[in-house]
Design a protein around this ligand. Structure first.
Ligand SMILES: *Cc1c(COP(=O)(O)O)cnc(C)c1O
Length: 409
């Protein structure tokens, strides 16, 4: 899709708006599955939390994708999208036993990431197959908020607690059918991934009823030209063969699973905003758009740098701008960026807006969350309506202070 397609979408559906290019999502999915062709059984679980619109889930499921979920609501969404329960893995962190049992009743694959729940679950449901999430303590990822492998991370069962884990499995007689890791986001180095994978292979030998090994995700995608991305093809070259060798020594073909979120949807997304005000101060030129961190929090939350283009004036002279929002709190999208000359009313397109953008949007400042559009085979399809005032107050309960019972005594 090109800038004119994006402009026509703003014309038809207004701004701010999220747009996703289905072709890019499908091509990323195929890139991953093609790379791992040599692995006999491959399963891609799309990480629903990255972008959870039901039409996106359906699009990915139509390509053959399974789903990775982290809440019971995501499980329900995936089921609603028509994904069979046995193609959904539930990988929560710190949720109640009740929520895990609910997922079990719905028939999804349970993944347990702490010893306390493992023991409770194994005691009550020894025959339900369970996957265990291991923390191999391999540091990966650029930002401490999204890197989950470090020693004081809350994720997974520490590799150092394996003896305890094995004792629980033995005492309860529970059925471990999968072993999992997810070392964090933005893995730059395939070597780090492989190192963690070796730790997983080593631990996998303790379990004789495994059906799959899930290597999680954390694949890095480029944000601008020249950015390093995870080299999927190189990863396959090294991990694919190693996995096949492991299966041979294990004595059975296992399924190799991944759980990409960002890799599948990040680059497919555009966030389109309109410039309300161009404000010149003594030091800076601000372009203030009709949005804020209520709609796209990543730059403020973990410093992510989304490329921003002025698609209304693509050949204008480049100048420095700070792109900010309308929230009554600092909401800087970009600091002193070179962007082609911006006039009030221009449309700015934010790139890499597919993953963790709409799914983290809120109603802060009592603003409506944006609409979402899927660009599919040359046509724009509205896949989420823009909110309106009735949505803002739908669940609020209004008290009437004129009523006798609420009047001060
Ligand atoms: C968030 C998450 C993912 C997806 O990570 P990306 O960096 O978006 O690919 C995969 N698995 C689990 C368990 C997660 O929590």
């Amino acid at each position: 899709m090109n800038a004119n397609d994006l402009l026509s979408i703003v014309h038809d559906f207004e701004s701010p708006i999220y747009v996703y290019d289905s072709e890019k999502i499908v091509s990323q999915y195929k890139r991953l599955t093609n790379a791992f062709k040599k692995v006999k059984q491959l399963r891609i679980h799309y990480a629903v939390k990255a972008l959870s619109n039901i039409s996106i889930l359906k699009l990915l499921h139509a390509q053959g994708s399974a789903m990775d979920t982290v809440s019971i609501q995501e499980v329900m969404l995936a089921l609603k999208a028509g994904v069979p329960a046995d193609q959904i893995i539930f990988t929560p962190n710190g949720v109640s036993m009740k929520e895990i049992e609910h997922a079990m009743e719905l028939g999804v694959q349970i993944n347990i990431d702490n010893l306390s729940v493992l023991e409770q679950f194994g005691t009550k449901h020894p025959n339900t197959p369970v996957c265990i999430r291991i923390n191999p303590h391999v540091m990966a990822g650029g930002n401490t908020n999204i890197s989950v492998g470090h020693i004081d991370s809350k994720f997974g069962i520490s590799i150092h607690q394996m003896p305890l884990l094995l004792r629980i499995v033995e005492n309860t007689g529970m059925h471990i059918n999968g072993i999992h890791m997810h070392t964090g986001s933005d893995i730059l180095d395939v070597g780090v991934f492989l190192y963690a994978a070796e730790i997983l292979f080593e631990q996998a030998k303790h379990f004789d009823r495994l059906e799959f090994i899930d290597f999680g995700s954390g694949f890095k995608v480029p944000y601008k030209e020249g950015d390093i991305e995870t080299d999927i093809e190189e990863l396959e070259e090294q991990l694919g063969e190693r996995f096949n060798d492991f299966c041979a020594s294990y004595g059975r073909d296992l399924t190799l699973a991944f759980e990409p979120g960002k890799f599948l949807v990040s680059e497919a997304g555009y966030f389109l905003t309109k410039v309300n005000v161009v404000k010149q101060t003594t030091s800076t030129v601000f372009a203030q758009v009709d949005s804020g961190f209520n709609h796209l929090i990543r730059p403020m939350l973990y410093g992510s740098q989304h490329e921003i283009e002025n698609i209304s004036n693509p050949s204008g002279k480049k100048r420095f701008y700070s792109v900010v929002g309308y929230i009554c709190e600092t909401d800087t999208f970009a600091n002193n960026r070179m962007i082609t000359e911006i006039n009030e009313g221009d449309i700015l397109a934010f790139r890499n807006a597919g993953a963790y953008c709409f799914s983290m949007a809120s109603n802060y400042n009592s603003r409506y969350r944006p609409a979402e559009v899927l660009w599919h085979e040359g046509k724009a399809y509205l896949i989420r309506k823009r909110e309106q005032f009735s949505d803002l107050i739908a669940h609020q309960v209004e008290l009437d202070f004129a009523e006798a019972s609420l009047k001060p005594a």
